[in-house]
Design a protein around this ligand. Structure first.
Ligand code: C2O
Ligand code: CU
Ligand code: CU
Length: 531
């Protein structure tokens, strides 16, 4: 297990050292080649499961069920989700206790139409406070899942109401008891969103235990394009996990109750990786397909693991991955990739064509960044010969924003680096740990801004509320997979990137943060105040 050794063997001092050196190099403009030579290939350390792992491609790919609204009256779809403990047979023959939305992992999928509002009443029957965030949603601040806007479980003591080991008190927090209504206008481009826990200091272990689900937004224009649909549209939530000897999910939490003390044991400060790759909650699953095009809506819901996806046939041929969409919806035109890197929280909408594969053939989706068991992701078994009338139009959308540098009223710089906080290890933005009371960015509704982001190790940087476009990477044009409208950008070690966005939609307090969930919990978040 090469990755594990690298991750584990990296002492904190060495990790900080690498971060510092890379940051310095980037800031002083040393050559990319010099930075590349020192790039750590992985950010995080791998946990190893203590149970025997099943062979790959045995378990059928589950498709999370669509949630039925409790009401569709008055132009709003209303849903109810209970957050509760449940268990599932993830590895064959082994029961794994989970924290779930509505009893399953992934949670139920919410299917929406653009501009048709959705209200979800979440009920917290878990033993800890929770917070729901719809990732990629253009959502008013009161429903955006600010990390201190807790939904408290029954009987949670007031003393820990604003509970944070760092003693933070957030007077602006809106705390609810037991239930909370989240309202999502969904007045936004159609795309795959996902909802997940966002509790202050405890997001990473909560997602790891199962608090994640999909939310798809569609519209008539997209439906009319003639792309693969129905059973030929597959959501793929990819997430790594590790299993303890008793079947529970292993996680190196300092406080396994997740009630008081946040954080992970030292070897995992850079991120927690698992040795089992789950797709829609199943280990290395297999799915039977027709000789036809399929639309794969891929989400990396892992805490820290990056993937570089590739579709390979039995005889070693690579199938094209035709990207049609990014985090925030359709591209202007399709882009053909051979491999597709995906960082935590990123989504890619991809079409893959199985029509050239003989019935009985297999196509494996592999992760070129993995090794050993983590190299496999899932497989598609070609089972039926059909004629396919789907298509991939040359023009997919014409409504992508075209902000230019000259539109920007501010240019801001943010570093994403390791550092010290509260006497321990932290991950900092602009040298500072997260503080709910500090407005890191103050902007006005409608302002266009350019942000320059610079990283020491891998940091997938996510902005709430808005989509952005990538302007450059380390002074060069963006990469092919940076196309379209994004809400998460994968910064690689030593890399600087420029993004441009317009703060549009709602006034209020929003977040931006690293979506390596362990970094996020170790203070790599900041506030955007839109007035
Ligand atoms: Cu997916 Cu603030 O998060
Ligand atoms: Cu988000
Ligand atoms: Cu990070």
């Amino acid at each position: 297990m090469r990755e594990r050794d690298e991750g584990r063997g990296m002492s904190r001092r060495r990790m900080l050292g690498i971060g510092g050196a890379l940051g310095l190099m980037a800031a002083t403009g040393l050559s990319t080649a010099a930075a590349l030579a020192r790039r750590p290939s992985i950010t995080g350390a791998e946990l190893r499961s203590a149970v025997p792992l099943p062979p790959p491609f045995q378990v059928p790919l589950p498709i999370p069920l669509a949630l039925t609204p409790v009401s569709t009256a008055g132009g709003t779809d209303r849903y109810e989700i209970t957050q509760r403990e449940a268990s599932a047979e993830i590895l064959p023959g082994i029961r794994t206790p989970l924290w779930t939305y509505e009893g399953t992992f992934p949670g139920p999928t919410i299917e929406s139409r653009r501009g048709r509002p959705v209200t979800v009443t979440h009920r917290n029957e878990l033993p800890v406070p929770t917070v729901v965030h719809l990732h990629g949603g253009r959502t008013p601040p009161t429903s955006d899942g600010y990390p201190t806007d807790f939904v408290l479980p029954e009987g949670w003591h007031d003393a820990t109401l604003h509970g944070s080991a760092h003693g933070m008190h957030d007077p602006r927090a809106v705390v609810s008891k037991l239930t909370r209504d989240y309202t999502f206008p969904l007045d936004q481009r159609p795309t795959l969103l996902w909802y997940h826990d966002h509790r202050m200091d405890f997001t990473a272990p909560a997602i790891w235990r199962g608090l994640a689900g999909l939310h798809i937004v569609r519209d008539d224009a997209e439906d009319a394009l003639g792309m693969p649909e129905g059973p030929r549209e597959l959501p793929l939530m990819i997430a790594d996990r590790a299993f303890a000897a008793d079947g529970t999910l292993a996680y190196p939490a300092l406080d396994p109750t997740l009630r008081e003390r946040p954080g992970v044991h030292e070897p995992y400060l850079a991120g927690v990786l698992g040795d089992v790759i789950l797709v829609n909650g199943a280990p290395w699953p297999v799915h039977e397909v027709d000789t036809a095009r399929y639309r794969l809506r891929v989400l990396n819901a892992s805490n820290a693991r990056h993937y570089e996806l590739e579709a390979v046939t039995d005889d070693g041929r690579r199938l094209d991955l035709v990207q049609i969409g990014a985090d925030q919806g359709l591209l202007a035109a399709p882009i053909t990739h051979q491999t597709l890197p995906i960082a935590p929280a990123e989504r890619y909408d991809v079409i893959i064509d199985f029509s050239g594969i003989p019935v009985g053939g297999r196509v494996r989706l592999v992760n070129r960044l993995g090794s050993g068991r983590t190299r496999d992701v899932m497989a598609f078994d070609v089972a039926r010969h059909v004629t396919d009338d789907s298509r991939i139009p040359g023009t997919l959308s014409t409504d992508l924003p075209t902000w230019r540098r000259t539109d920007a009223v501010s240019v801001r710089d943010f570093s994403f680096r390791a550092g010290r906080m509260h006497g321990g290890h932290g991950w900092l933005i602009g040298g500072l740990p997260f503080d709910p009371a500090r407005a890191d960015v103050t902007t006005h509704l409608g302002d266009v801004e350019v942000w320059r982001l610079i990283a020491d190790v891998h940091h997938p940087v996510h902005l709430h509320l808005v989509g952005f476009r990538v302007l450059s990477r380390s002074g060069r044009p963006p990469l092919p997979h940076d196309a379209g409208l994004k809400d998460t950008i994968s910064l690689r070690p030593g890399e600087a990137a420029e993004i441009i966005t317009r703060f549009d939609g709602y006034r209020g307090r929003y977040l931006f943060h690293c979506h390596n969930a362990e970094h996020e919990d170790m203070a790599m978040m900041a506030n955007i105040e839109i007035s």
